[in-house]
Design a protein around this ligand. Structure first.
Ligand SMILES: C[S@@+](CC[C@H](N)C(=O)[O-])C[C@H]1O[C@@H](n2cnc3c(N)ncnc32)[C@H](O)[C@@H]1O
Length: 323
């Protein structure tokens, strides 16, 4: 069987970690010119399959709409693609209603033209400064970030992300808070070896594929960014007096998350927010454990609101309570 996996990142790693045997994969496809190999299989550009016969492409990227479009351009039969991520749509699937004009009462037609969406449609795409591909990836997370940033003017301080990876979320923070310094903490080579030792191979390998240059090139205001490369918390040395209005904590694993909470929470300004990504992600249970451990250390629960986004973010809000 000629089986391809479109995507050679976290989504693909996730499929492998959930039981897809890499030996069954003919090759991975990657539209960003990555090349090389992933988990021992070659990584090809999607164009390499043009005119070729194949049985199935498992689409393991969240960029479902963009990939569907590219696959159409390349002439891949739609039935040979199986979308494993974002296999639903937020937008209307009907492209035209004109043929029904005169057939259906105008009121009914108007209703059909505005089908129910899982999110408030007028907000969808209409006036967000964020890229559409990011919104399609994780609408609730991104629109919440936007709403939180609108609440921030009263809270002084910098923004920061621990766990930047390829910079997608950092770019959104930077776009929404163009005036604020943005500290970016990451090893830019994946998880610390000791912490990753008992983690699934796909998760670990996928996170090695990044670099600071790529991240900086994504930022709309790179002059605001301060890259802190290496393993946290050592990389926070010298910043002890800094205060933060917005922190994205997205380190995936327990010890690093705990270190992030210990370091950032006392430095979060009243009125500021800390977004704890993956808090309710059953595939990364260490994140929730880290918060439980930190709350035990503090001997109290932190004020927080859970989101119904893709990975179960928890938004921690800093009031005027004791640190
Ligand atoms: C899930 S990714 C971050 C994704 C990113 N926030 C986004 O939404 O696009 C997790 C990242 O955390 C980084 N990381 C985890 N523990 C770390 C530590 N102790 N020091 C530095 N980087 C760490 C890894 O290198 C990896 O790039």
């Amino acid at each position: 069987m000629k089986l391809y996996v479109w995507g050679a990142g976290c989504g693909a790693g996730d499929l492998i970690d959930r039981g897809l045997d890499p030996a069954r994969i003919t090759a991975f496809l990657d539209g960003e010119g990555r090349g090389g190999s992933f988990l021992g299989r070659p990584v090809l550009p999607p164009e390499a399959l043009r005119g070729e016969d194949f049985d199935l492409i498992l689409v393991a990227s969240r960029q479902a709409e963009a990939i569907a479009e590219r696959a159409r351009e390349l002439g891949f039969p739609a039935e040979k693609l199986l979308f494993c991520k974002n296999n639903w749509r937020l937008l209307d699937r009907n492209s035209a209603y004109d043929k029904a004009a005169g057939l259906l009462p105008e009121a009914l037609l108007a209703e059909l033209r505005r089908p129910q969406h899982p999110v408030r449609e007028p907000l969808w795409l209409a006036d967000s400064p964020l890229p559409r591909r990011d919104l399609e990836n994780d609408y609730v997370r991104l629109r919440t970030l936007e709403a939180l940033c609108r609440q921030l003017p009263g809270a002084p301080g910098a923004a920061a992300e621990l766990g930047v990876y390829r910079g997608a979320f950092a770019a959104c923070i930077n776009a929404l808070l163009p005036e604020r310094r943005l500290y970016l903490f990451d090893s830019f080579e994946g998880f610390a070896e000791a912490e990753a030792a008992d983690q699934a191979a796909g998760l670990v390998e996928a996170h090695r594929n990044t670099d600071e240059g790529r991240v900086l090139s994504l930022l709309p205001h790179p002059e605001r960014a301060v890259i802190r490369r290496g393993f946290f918390p050592a990389t926070a040395r010298g910043l002890e007096e800094e205060r933060f209005a917005l922190v994205s904590l997205d380190a995936d694993l327990e010890e690093s998350t705990l270190q992030g909470l210990r370091w950032f929470w006392p430095r979060l300004h009243p009125g500021g927010f800390l977004l704890l990504h993956d808090w309710d992600n059953p595939r990364l249970p260490g994140v929730k454990r880290a918060l439980e451990r930190y709350e035990e250390e503090l001997r109290r629960r932190l004020p927080a609101v859970p989101l119904c986004d893709v990975c179960g973010t928890l938004v921690l809000t800093r009031g005027d309570e004791p640190k």
